[in-house]
Design a protein around this ligand. Sequence first.
Ligand code: GTQ
Length: 351
Amino acid sequence: MTATSVSSLRRHTEQAYAEMAELGVGALWRHLGNLFPAEPATRAVPFHWSYGALRPYMLHFADVLSIEEAQRRVLMLVNPGLQAESATVTGLYAGIQVILPGEQAQAHRHAANAFRFIIEGSGAYTTVAGERVHMHPGDLLLTPGWQWHDHYHEGDGPMMWLDGLDFPIVNALDAQFFELHGETAQQSSVPDGLSSAQFIHGRLNPTWIRERTVSSPIGNYPWAETERAFAAIAEDAAGSAVDGIQLEYTNPWTGGPVMPTMACRIQRLVPGFHGAPRRHTAGTILHVVRGEGTTVVDGQEIYWGEKDVLVVPSWATYQHINASRSADAVLFAYSNEPVVRALGLYRDELR
Ligand code: GTQ
């Protein structure tokens, strides 16, 4: 073949790709490597948010932006690799919400599942499907998808919490719905905290409640109970070589994760804990309840302190270290593991 005919063929080929694109057609051979990476190639990067660095901005916006304007006054913790979807790790989101005394965050509902993990302040409650659920630092409050919820602060001082939502998964599946309630706040229709009072976390379930919801029916997993569990286990359990004394918040109907898309766990790393390295196919967001330490993520050392947030992307090797000689470190962790497992895609490897 002459040089001219080769280049004219090449031109034809380029034109064929362009024409095919117009027809909604791609050439698999040009994309095989991207579409089928040898192992997960996440856009999420390991990242750390210092609570001390965020707090002044939260207070600034509490000052200059009314709750009515904001609807929800939340700083989103956006992973630099996931800006398009405002996700913190693949499929999941974290935000820090602040509400001031007397403020009412108006009632709404969305298909996305949500929870709050309380960071600081007292005297606020959220009303979920007519039940007022009071908040204390360390409590885990659930707002399963499509339940009306509004927040009210009747105490003193600013109240801050971590919001965890699965909206990036819901949006990726084009399954999101959102609705404002007709009233700013829901009426209270049952005794405050009833759902938590009725369930003793799966050991004694009320027989008169017939509806087996896919999400846990418990409105609040109070910190006081978490502390009691840690105290009862004390030093007697070996715990996980990777995650220390880690407990999972469970749905009393199933014993499984609290919501179909998010597993929520709390872990205590004893002084001197040096975790074994592991990787798995679940993206994880961690919040430091107390203490300080280091998590090595794919060789990168992330130093964390109290109230900070960090992410471990899918398939990144991570290792938790609490170098303190005397102080525990306690981490709250949530991940998309239930989704990954439900689809038969969970893999886990000790390194
Ligand atoms: O408090 O209802 O961080 O709807 C994001 C969306 C919090 C909430 C967020 C929400 C909420």
